[in-house]
Design a binder for this molecule. Structure first.
Ligand SMILES: O=C(O)CCC(=O)C(=O)O
Length: 317
């Protein structure tokens, strides 16, 4: 029994796992996928990257003669791949995922997003952030299920988490960083933890890392000389909560902003109390190309960003 480090087996998700998740903000289900399922996922990733599942916005040019490595190396991440892949759509309700989610979220659970990270050797990671910065729930129920498609190690850029950092329920400020270790998203700062408080979540392929939407997490660049650190991340929340996401596109005309509710969702467990609204099919897959990290002009160091923030009121006066 090694529950104290947050690693559990499928079928072992009980009160101890739930308590670990509540306190630390994450847990791991070891080897939740079979070798066959992993193999299918890896093959589907190549098909998707080659455009065989249909067009994807942002797809880099590749020729049929190019090697799989050449094609995969141009893509850092595919957003919403389940929209064109029946296989990835089926991974949204894998039994080990539902086993954990119905324990840590509740009986009624919906999914609103999938992301497929490829992160070839040499490619950047993701800076400190909290997923609720991007996907706002009303009840802090956002939970990621991060399915490792390769062994994820410190060397190849595994996930790092700050245990317990979800508990205050605060969204920390973010700024557009210029750190070449990370892709172009924004970075959280001024939270009361140090980088040294983070722990690497090294897992074997087929394991699933679950983490709360307020948990501070990041990943570092893939420093291996070859290979990938691929993962499929699905995001879930309580079906009882509205989802005020992408409101301009999805808010019903008669509703105020306070009632905005993104309805391109998949119910994966229990009942949807808002089933009367129906669902939408509006999200389309999109590719984030694999740059080298760092985002060039217009990006700031934290010191520059803070100096600008301090200068703003004075400039207005
Ligand atoms: O896998 C990664 O590199 C980052 C994943 C992540 O930050 C997320 O899923 O929110």
């Amino acid at each position: 029994m090694n529950q104290c480090n947050g690693f559990f087996s499928s079928g072992e998700i009980g009160a101890e796992a739930e308590e670990f998740f509540r306190q630390q903000g994450y847990l791991v289900v070891k080897k939740a996928l079979s070798a066959g399922q992993l193999e299918q996922l890896l093959r589907e990733t190549v098909s998707l990257a080659r455009g065989k599942l249909g067009p994807v916005e942002g797809m880099p040019d590749s020729s049929a003669a190019e090697s799989d490595d050449g094609v995969l190396g141009k893509i850092l991440c595919v957003h919403q791949p389940h929209k064109i892949s029946p296989l990835l759509r089926s991974m949204v309700n894998l039994p080990p995922i539902l086993e954990v989610l119905t324990r840590v979220i509740g009986p009624n659970v919906k999914c609103m997003q999938s992301m497929l990270f490829i992160k070839a050797a040499g490619k950047p990671g993701q800076a400190w952030h909290q997923d609720e910065d991007y996907i706002p729930t009303r009840d802090r129920s956002l939970t990621g299920a991060w399915i490792a498609m390769d062994d994820a190690t410190v060397e190849n850029g595994c996930l790092w988490v700050i245990p317990g950092s979800h508990r205050p329920g605060i969204l920390w400020p973010q700024y557009p960083h210029a750190d070449p270790r990370f892709d172009c998203a924004r970075e959280s700062y001024d939270f009361p933890h140090r980088d040294e408080d983070a722990v690497p979540v090294e897992v074997s392929a087929g394991s699933i890392v679950f983490f709360n939407g307020y948990l501070l997490h990041r990943s570092l660049p893939n420093k291996a000389t070859s290979g990938y650190r691929r993962c499929l991340v699905n995001h879930y929340m309580s079906a009882e909560s509205l989802l005020p996401w992408f409101t301009a596109a999805t808010m019903p005309k008669e509703a105020g902003a306070a009632l905005a509710d993104y309805r391109d969702i998949i119910l994966v467990a229990g009942n949807d109390p808002y089933a009367w609204k129906g669902t939408l099919d509006i999200a389309r897959p999109k590719i984030r190309p694999a740059g080298e990290g760092g985002c060039g002009d217009g990006r700031l160091t934290l010191q520059e960003h803070k100096a600008l923030q301090t200068a703003k009121p004075a400039a207005k006066a």
